[in-house]
Design a protein around this ligand. Structure first.
Ligand code: GBH
Length: 496
């Protein structure tokens, strides 16, 4: 059924602008959808522990069942297919595959079989799998043994062995690999702010352990080094026969000066992009080292790369994996000349929803930090392309919408998600325009396929194009209208 007439809309001129082999679909993460947290041999992850610790999740929920995707993937793949996608991005749970996580620890064949079956199901439906090795769930055993990423000497070989196992068992069928999802968010939310696993922070009122001034930078460094080793492992031992691509996905929102005419605000906006994005993107896609602005503020608290490490990290991604949601107006927090506190981990910034001349960053969603800011997305695509010149894979982008958090069975109103449709219409439109301007963009994954367990926010934030009834035994799925919208929009945009 054709519901949206793009040939007689502002998007008419975007018809056929995306390459024939453009990948589009939805992204998910294992801890947010799978459930089956202790089933068939799976070991606990740091997120399982967080969810079972009172006070850590705002609605006191766990992900024990989540969407039960572990049980229902054979129904989910056809549902996804009905949404018109040609690709699906999902993550593997490390502790489902290696319950204790370590390089000498036993492998769980039941966990391997689950992912293997899912991959087969997708390929049968002509849906290309994009597989993320790490979307935030460290095996709890590694946290207890040696504090996981805080001990790179022990952690790196464990991650490398896990990756080798995945390439060996799934790489005959999986040709698109992502090592880490948002290493920066993982480091900051888990080791600076503390709200995410493993709940470390200097904030002693809330968290028992941690040091916001040092740990996030160590954890970021560990992710870069282990990512790079895995990249080269894949290139040396698997790519020659498997012919796949591999890269890293970075989180990054656009930052705009609060007062566009103020040089100080302009510098603050650039610094924001460097702390959030170039922290990882410069070492991997650019200079091979951390940005000067970070070194200037953080000094020796930011680890240094040896010459050999630089060489290993630089160029270690076949593409720029981009997760992005919104944009902010920023300016300096602490005025020039005064010391920035060592706990500051975002580049000394103050954030605004409205700029100095009263312009809003965009329409509100159901989520405090997230507004519809396609103008910022357009600038971000340009900035990343100009600075790094590598093909861009948009690996996550999406929104919540007001009023969807109701827990009664859905009526028509909840499923008619106009706010989300407008979000996708604007953002996906920017992808097509950027491609027309010569930016090499090869995928778009909406976040997300199903309403899911939104980490420390539990079930209160619904990002899906499918409404999930979490009260029901089978987590009943109801397609929202945005799923139909995207199907028709990509049909219009992708060249035939
Ligand atoms: C993505 O991260 C994740 O990859 C995905 O798993 C998640 O479900 C999705 O976003 C939606 O949240 O509260 O002002 O300090 C997005 C990056 C960075 C967004 C941290 C939220 C907290 C902002 N996230 N940010 S604030």
């Amino acid at each position: 059924m054709v519901e949206f007439d793009f040939d007689n809309a502002p998007e008419a001129g975007l018809k056929g602008s995306l390459r024939k082999d453009f990948f589009w679909g939805y992204a998910t993460a294992a801890p947010q959808i799978e459930g089956a947290w202790n089933v068939d041999g799976k070991g606990p992850s740091t997120w399982d522990v967080l969810a079972h610790t009172p006070g850590r999740v705002i609605d006191a929920s766990t992900a024990d069942d989540a969407c039960r995707s572990y049980d229902f993937f054979r129904e989910d793949v056809p549902l996804m297919k009905s949404y018109g996608v040609n690709a699906y991005r999902f993550s593997l749970s490390w502790s489902r595959i290696i319950p204790l996580g370590g390089k000498e620890d036993p492998v769980n064949e039941a966990g391997i079989k689950f992912y293997s079956d899912l991959i087969d199901e997708l390929l049968e439906a002509n849906i290309t799998p994009f597989v993320t090795l790490f979307h935030w769930d460290v095996p709890q055993a590694l946290e207890e043994r040696y504090k996981s990423m805080l001990d790179p000497e022990q952690y790196v070989p464990d991650f490398v062995r896990y990756a080798r196992m995945c390439f060996g068992r799934f790489g005959d069928r999986v040709k698109h690999w992502i090592t880490y999802n948002e290493p920066g968010v993982y480091a900051l939310a888990g080791y600076a702010g503390g709200a995410h696993a493993p709940n470390r922070s200097s904030d002693r009122e809330k968290y028992e352990e941690g040091d916001t001034s040092t740990e996030p930078w160590i954890v970021g460094h560990t992710q870069l080094l282990s990512h790079a080793q895995v990249y080269h492992l894949y290139k040396a031992d698997f790519a020659p026969t498997q012919h796949g691509t591999i890269g890293i996905t970075l989180s990054g929102n656009w930052s705009e000066p609060y007062d566009a005419s103020s040089p100080a605000d302009q510098r603050a906006a650039t610094r924001a992009l460097e702390f959030e994005i170039a922290w990882f993107a410069d070492p991997v896609h650019g200079t091979g080292d951390y940005p000067d602005a970070m070194r200037a503020q953080l000094g020796t608290r930011l680890p240094a790369f040896t010459a050999a490490e630089k060489k290993l990290v630089r160029g270690s991604s076949d593409f720029y994996g981009m997760n992005t949601y919104t944009a902010f107006f920023v300016r300096d927090k602490v005025p020039p000349g005064q010391p920035v506190p060592p706990e500051d981990h975002k580049g000394n910034l103050a954030w605004f929803d409205v700029n100095s001349v009263g312009v809003s960053r965009g329409a509100e969603s159901d989520t405090e930090w997230l507004r519809t800011s396609p103008w910022g997305f357009a600038k971000l695509l340009r900035w990343v392309w100009d600075r790094y010149r590598v093909p861009i894979y948009v690996t996550e982008n999406g929104t919540t919408a007001r009023g969807e958090h109701v827990s009664a069975p859905p009526g028509g109103d909840v499923l008619n998600d106009v706010h989300r449709i407008e979000f996708f219409r604007a953002y996906v439109g920017e992808v097509a325009k950027a491609v027309q301007q010569g930016i090499d963009i090869r995928s778009y994954f909406g976040w997300t396929f199903l309403d899911n367990w939104e980490w420390a926010k539990g079930y209160t934030d619904r990002f899906g194009v499918t409404w999930v009834d979490f009260e029901s035994e089978d987590k009943t799925r109801y397609p929202k209208r945005s799923a139909a919208f995207n199907r028709e929009f990509f049909e219009h945009l992708i060249a035939h």
